[in-house]
Design a protein around this ligand. Sequence first.
Ligand SMILES: [Mg+2]
Length: 272
Amino acid sequence: MSTPEMNIEASGRPRPVSNGMKRPRAVIFDLDNTLARSFEAPALEMSQGLENILRRIPVAVMSAASFERIEKHLLPGFSVSADKNRLYLFPVNGAGCYTWENGAWRPQYHFEFTSEERARILAALKGSVEETGVGAESPKYGKQVVDYDGYIAFTALGLDAPREEKIAWDPDGSKRRTLRESLQKKIPDFDVYIGGTTSIDIMCKGVNKSYGVMWLAKHLGVEPSDMLFVGDALYPGGNDVVVIPTGVQTIQVAGPHETETVIEEILKACSG
Ligand SMILES: [Mg+2]
């Protein structure tokens, strides 16, 4: 739940304020378009900012990315002295959680699709692409469908598409909304979200970032409203919006450049 202190505007264009953020008990960051550009590693300053927060409070990174991608993109930015015992990694939109224990990342929980579910989702996706034309005619750069355990992502231009082309492909989100609506009707027993700039995420029903937020609150023994979630997709249909009903405080950012400012505000709140 947003609070006046956070200065969050209903328009979804919140601005962090310099005086008044309450110290959160934990902070959760989305990865793509929040800590880093989609499918890229965070900048060094971002990693250092996260590490500074980790010295004070638990930090979670909750992403559509696989554990392997989070491990590859996020973790190398931390120094050897980073307090990884306070770091929680939630890959696949909260379908799993990994924590650092005795020198290794270990799963705390993990959901996956059955083979029947996987086949039905892929058939529906094929049908919706044909029906809407979204993603059917564009040039392809690598794999279009990525099948993780517990999560299937459709990336219209392919996983390896150049960033400029991805940004230019669907600037107002209308293509992704069209595809999402078509697909959600075909598989109402799954959840379908807009993911990154060209992607749609399909998840087990009810297993999403809100599940991760609730799990973390319970694990830390705090109320969701004492935690802060920072993400770029808190708008309707976005893959972060599901966290709002948990009561977690939220800040929407337009990209990593705004997240850097939010991190400064968090550090101020933690040291004040
Ligand atoms: Mg994002």
